[in-house]
Design a protein around this ligand. Structure first.
Ligand code: ZN
Ligand code: ZN
Length: 174
């Protein structure tokens, strides 16, 4: 996804970018497919640098962390980075103290590829454990059926040890 800074006559400017099909590949193990990606950036020009802030939205097929079923989800992430000339590349010291995210353009070519910044925003938007629905019941650990679709006759395995004390107290040691 390319931002072409020559397109804007004045700043602040708004850039709306759409990823071409296949341009943003599945970016974590939880993502099975990327349907579309859009970035909307507000760009401020300080004369030396371009501050870019905005949001990245995408529709993806995610794999549920509990039942492994695929489901469609819309992601909403934040982008925040600075575009500057590679003549202003950071020194080693600056890189250590400066936690801004930079994208560099080369010479007078005011185009930069921000696919990586978009990808990072979406990785954060997926979160740790995507669920097909909040109360997803997951798979039976014994027979593997999807408890959202069906039930099974397996004996539930009690793994919650917090109740052991209470069970002993009641003299009920099943
Ligand atoms: Zn699920
Ligand atoms: Zn079962």
């Amino acid at each position: 996804m390319i931002v072409d800074l020559r397109e804007f006559e004045r700043f602040p400017a708004t850039a709306i970018l759409e990823a071409k099909p296949g341009e943003v590949q599945p970016f974590t193990d939880e993502v099975a497919q990327v349907n579309w990606v859009q970035a909307r950036l507000n760009i401020q020009n300080t004369g030396v640098e371009y501050f870019c802030k905005g949001d990245v939205r995408a529709e993806v097929r995610l794999i549920c962390a509990r039942c492994a079923k695929e489901f469609v989800a819309e992601l909403d992430g934040d982008a925040d980075f600075i575009i500057r000339s590679d003549a202003l590349a950071l020194t080693e010291d600056e890189r250590e103290t400066d936690d801004e995210e930079y994208v560099f353009y080369h010479g007078n070519d005011l185009r930069v590829d921000i696919t990586e910044q978009v990808r990072q925003a979406l990785v954060l938007a997926v979160g740790m454990k995507p669920l097909c629905r909040e109360d997803c019941r997951g798979l039976c650990p014994t027979c593997g059926v999807n408890w959202n679709d069906t039930t099974c006759e397996c004996t539930p395995v009690v793994t919650d040890s917090r109740w052991d004390g209470l069970r002993n107290l009641l003299g009920n040691n099943n």
